[in-house]
Design a protein around this ligand. Structure first.
Ligand code: ZN
Length: 63
């Protein structure tokens, strides 16, 4: 199992996809990363299952 994994997430502002690096040894994490396309802060939520599969989704901050 990889310790770090690159996953594609979709920006909630501009709908463009960009890659983020996920630390797979942490089961649940949330962090903010600037969108590579529109540069707005995107909250990225990551869940790593016991079998190592990674789920990610995104949230916009300024609602
Ligand atoms: Zn964007």
């Amino acid at each position: 199992m990889e310790i770090e994994q690159t996953v594609l997430v979709q920006c909630p502002y501009c709908a463009e996809c960009f890659e983020v690096l996920v630390e797979c040894s942490i089961a649940h994490q949330e962090y903010i990363e600037d969108c590579e396309v529109c540069c707005r802060p995107v909250t990225i939520v990551v869940d790593v299952a016991e079998d190592g599969s990674v789920s990610t989704w995104t949230r916009s901050e300024d609602v």
